[in-house]
Design a binder for this molecule. Structure first.
Ligand SMILES: *[C@@H]1O[C@H](CO)[C@@H](O)[C@H](O)[C@H]1NC(C)=O
Ligand SMILES: *[C@@H]1O[C@H](CO)[C@@H](O)[C@H](O)[C@H]1NC(C)=O
Length: 559
């Protein structure tokens, strides 16, 4: 990995000089952390009946990565499955380094019985992220785990150090084996509804906290009680989950690497692929309380609510959980959208770097392009597919990044996906949207379907500037939050609604934009953004790694 001393400033449109002088010192002092992970099949029974899952070092969920901003991670992944495999690092931006993104557009999958050593840094990042398999329909078999990136010692965080730190990977789950689910999708069916919800691989999990001075003054106005951080990520396939804790309110502190205005919530909607961090103070009577993650916005006629229930156990508790599970919120789609609008950047707090988040005045930057993306469910050749602007993505045998690097023609197309919605029948293509390094782009996700969407971008986070019902029009820009929208990597798009985001494309590479709803991703609701400059410079992008796996039309080339 390159170790230059970098000084880069952002000058945009000649209009304004952003108040960001981003001085980053990447040096050999950033510690190295070495991992060897072996991927195998295993059998567990999370919903009662035994089923095949994917284990990492024998664990389900996989090992938790606890790292510090800018650590160098050297992670040798050994594939002992009978099929090719890759992990992707959800929310890790892979700055200048899309070589390590671990999706099929950037990396050859690791063949069975083989290995690949990833080499990357959570550069200038802090927060709760996760990894998961990007190949096949492996995400339905687990193989996921948490990535918790802690601040460097001298970087302050905008809240008192919590008395404890819990990581909760929550997600819907299927009893059906992942190979059977994949075969069913391959033969043209859509994904059925899930069978349950898991917290850290179980339908029940206990989180024990100490209340403090025993008993502490359990009154919300007193702060002598201890406070715990809950890192909650939705690692499921399909369903939004609502997260809540009986008898407790939650203070939102961080969303996918951004420190937010610290509002209190009774419950939070966490959409597929998203992460939120909350603080919970153990200021209630000493007993045990239910923690619930339950499905939201599923067609009521078709399915009962599914939920996993955890337990928040007070160490001085002598009473087990009692009473009904905390009820799901009474607000529905509109209320959820209102809640989403309350997620705001804290402009004065910093994130992983010393400068305040608000020193980047994203709302005053002139956009170079607007791209409107409309998702659809469709049939192609009689099979279920999902498309964006009428194009349903197919993975090529050669990663796009390698095709680009070796100038191999005919792998992807840069004009198949139009930048506004099209009418007419959907087609199959390996679609790449060309952009230039330092473009500042407005994306509008237009959802004309009656289901919740969740869109994710690799390589950059984006400001979620607006949510609205119905059709987006340019006039909706008047409603955008151009001051303190939260920057994150995954956003929901409500049924028959739109979501607008702004992205500063200052990370050269080939980056996946995809539905985080895994059936949709698998069946074509994704594409790649090529963030490109003709200038070849290590200041913009690292060299191809010397151990890069080469496959397809790149097989046999020299990295
Ligand atoms: C596979 O693992 C070995 C060490 O066991 C390592 O030397 C080699 O670089 C790894 N292969 C790749 C492609 O990273
Ligand atoms: C924003 O962060 C600062 C610390 O950087 C903190 O003092 C302040 O309370 C936070 N504001 C809100 C509204 O959360």
């Amino acid at each position: 990995m390159g170790k230059p001393v970098l000084l880069h400033s952002l000058l945009l449109s000649g209009l304004l000089l952003l108040a960001v002088l981003d001085v980053s010192l990447v040096n050999a002092d950033d510690p190295y952390r070495f991992y060897t992970w072996t991927v195998t099949y295993g059998t567990i029974s999370p919903l009662g009946a035994p089923q095949q899952v994917i284990l990492i070092n024998g664990q389900f969920p996989g090992p938790q990565l606890d790292v510090v901003t800018n650590d160098n991670l050297v992670l040798n992944l050994i594939n002992k499955l009978d099929v090719p495999f890759l992990l992707t690092w959800n929310g890790i931006k892979q700055r200048k380094n899309s070589w390590q993104d671990g999706v099929l557009g950037t990396n050859c999958p690791i063949p069975p019985g083989s290995n690949y050593t990833y080499n990357f840094q959570p550069k200038d990042q802090i927060g709760s992220f996760n990894y998961f398999p990007s190949t096949g329909f492996h995400r339905a078999a687990g193989g996921y785990g948490a990535i918790n990136v802690y601040q460097r010692p001298r970087i302050p965080i905008p809240y008192a150090t919590p008395d404890g730190d819990f990581t909760l990977l929550v997600g819907d789950w299927y009893k059906t084996d992942h190979k059977a689910l994949q075969a069913s999708l391959d033969s043209g069916n859509s994904l059925p509804l899930p069978d349950g919800v898991l917290i850290n691989g179980h339908t029940q999990a206990t989180f024990s906290g100490d209340q403090g001075n025993s008993p502490c003054h359990y009154s919300p106005s007193k702060d002598s009680c201890k406070t715990y951080k809950f890192r909650v990520s939705n690692v499921g396939l399909k369903n939004t989950l609502n997260f809540r804790i009986q008898g407790h309110t939650m203070k939102l502190i961080e969303v996918e690497g951004s420190h937010v205005v610290q509002n209190m919530y009774d419950s939070l909607d966490v959409h597929v692929g998203q992460s939120v961090n909350v603080l919970v103070t153990l200021n209630q009577a000493p007993k045990d309380y239910y923690i619930v993650a339950s499905t939201r916005f599923t067609p009521k006629m078709l399915v009962a609510k599914l939920s996993a229930s955890g337990i928040l156990h007070y160490s001085n508790s002598k009473t087990s959980v009692s009473g009904p599970l905390p009820a799901e919120p009474t607000y529905q789609l509109h209320g959820s959208m209102l809640q989403a609008r309350t997620y705001r950047w804290n402009l004065t707090s910093n994130a992983a770097r010393p400068n305040p988040q608000g020193s980047f005045h994203y709302g005053t930057i002139k956009t170079t392009k607007t791209i409107v993306l409309s998702n659809s469910a469709t049939k192609i050749n009689g099979k279920q597919r999902y498309a964006v602007n009428g194009v349903s993505y197919v993975n090529p045998d050669t990663p796009l990044k390698l095709a680009d690097y070796f100038n191999i023609p005919g792998v992807f197309s840069m004009n198949s996906l139009k930048t506004t919605p099209t009418t007419g029948a959907a087609t199959l293509a390996t679609s790449v949207v060309p952009t230039s390094l330092h473009d500042f782009i407005e994306f509008v996700f237009q959802n004309n379907e009656n289901t919740m969407q969740s869109w994710h971008l690799d390589g950059s986070s984006f400001w979620v500037v607006g949510f609205g019902s119905g059709q987006w029009t340019p006039a909706k820009r008047n409603t955008y939050n151009l001051a303190d929208a939260v920057a994150r990597h995954t956003t929901q798009v409500y049924p028959n609604s739109w979501t607008a985001i702004l992205v500063s494309l200052d990370n050269q590479g080939m980056w996946n934009m995809r539905s985080a709803i895994w059936e949709r991703q698998y069946l074509g609701q994704q594409f790649y953004l090529r963030v490109w400059t003709a200038e070849k410079s290590l200041a913009n992008e690292y060299n191809i790694p010397s151990n890069a796996l080469l496959c397809g039309k790149a097989a046999g080339r020299k990295p």
